[in-house]
Write a protein that binds this ligand. Structure first.
Ligand code: ASP
Length: 335
């Protein structure tokens, strides 16, 4: 029988009404008591490193979680993390970069309603996650939610209330779970897997600048001192506005001249960027050789940028790692 470690971190799944709003109160053991059938699927130990609304989870917690998984890696066959849904896609992306080539599954789940409510989605999500983590075919970081198994780099929270809160962006779900059966769409197990690689550093000085019509370069210039990387969340397939004075274009020039990283991404969730299409993107990209997101999610771009900055600030090295596919994050790899 497989041995699974359940790591509870808070979120709605573990929340109760407090009078001041929902907050995580339900312990890891209690969570497990709501899915007694889990015991017939595998042996389960629990752990609770913190109990937070995921609004309060950030890169320090990502490092803590990957360190915890690394420390327990040899003793378990798989891991299930209960986590709030609001920043789950970021945590899943971050763990995908921090823990690579894992033959053991690291499954992240949560719920839109607390586990002790009668009409909750939590019990299904938790038992689905345990079932998936105990399956021989499962590996690497993924989210199990609403009957879908989504690669850790491909998830986006697209609904604030519905039970199918997460979508798999620009990539099919790895599997679906229906009536206790796991139906795999993608089996990417590698027979000769290279070693599992853990990273223990992230460079968190990353700023995301979402453009609106009229955005100029004033804010990016002010931010330059404080941040190592600027991710520009541009329009459509990607373009940089140029309205004359204090333009974003000239601030990009300054960032590059200062040896910093500028990454182009898009605020359109589906189908990705391609800055070569329009003149407004083409010129800037070519002059400064900016890396762009292509089909990666914004969450993946942010986590990947932090992961790379934990290793290097060199622009050439950054580019190479940015365009290296990790846990299905990037299909379009430029030549
Ligand atoms: N605010 C909650 C959280 O992200 C929402 C949820 O878990 O669904 O922790």
């Amino acid at each position: 029988m497989k041995h699974i470690l359940l790591i509870a971190t808070g979120g709605t799944i573990a929340s109760r009404s407090t009078g001041a709003g929902l907050s995580p109160q339900i312990s890891a053991d209690e969570l497990l008591s709501y899915v007694p059938e889990g015991k017939s699927l595998c042996r389960i130990n629990v752990m609770q490193p913190f109990s937070l609304d995921s609004t309060n989870i950030f890169w320090k917690h990502w490092l803590l979680l990957s360190g915890l998984i690394q420390n327990h890696y040899d003793y378990y066959d798989g891991f299930v993390l209960c986590h709030g849904t609001d920043t789950m896609a970021y945590t899943a992306a971050a763990l995908s970069y921090l823990i690579q080539n894992s033959p053991k599954p690291i499954v992240i789940t949560g719920a839109q309603k607390p586990i002790d409510l009668p009409d909750t989605d939590a019990r299904t999500n938790l038992i689905d996650s345990i079932r998936y983590a105990a399956d021989d075919r499962a590996h690497d970081v993924c989210i199990v939610f609403g009957g879908s198994v989504i690669a850790g780099t491909r998830a986006k929270k697209e609904r604030t209330k519905s039970y199918n809160a997460f979508s798999s962006i620009n990539y099919p779900p790895i599997a679906v779970i229906q009536d206790r059966r796991i139906i795999f769409y993608i089996d990417s197990r590698k027979p000769d897997r290279s070693e599992t690689v853990f990273s223990d550093r992230l460079g968190a000085n990353v700023f995301l600048y979402r453009l609106i019509p009229g955005s100029d370069g004033i804010i990016p210039e002010l931010l330059m001192e404080r941040y190592d990387a600027l991710i520009i969340e541009s329009f459509g397939v990607g373009g940089i506005p140029d309205y004359g004075n204090a333009s974003l274009k000239s601030s990009i020039h300054q960032w590059i001249a200062a040896g910093k990283i500028v990454v182009m991404a898009t605020q359109v969730p589906n189908e990705g960027s391609d800055m070569s299409v329009y003149e407004v993107g083409h010129a800037v990209k070519n002059i400064y050789d900016l890396p762009e997101s292509y089909d990666m999610t914004l969450e993946a771009v942010i986590a990947k940028t932090m992961w790379i900055l934990g290793k290097t600030k060199d622009r050439k090295e950054f580019r190479k790692l940015f365009y290296t596919t990790v846990n299905h994050d990037l299909l379009f790899v430029p030549g």
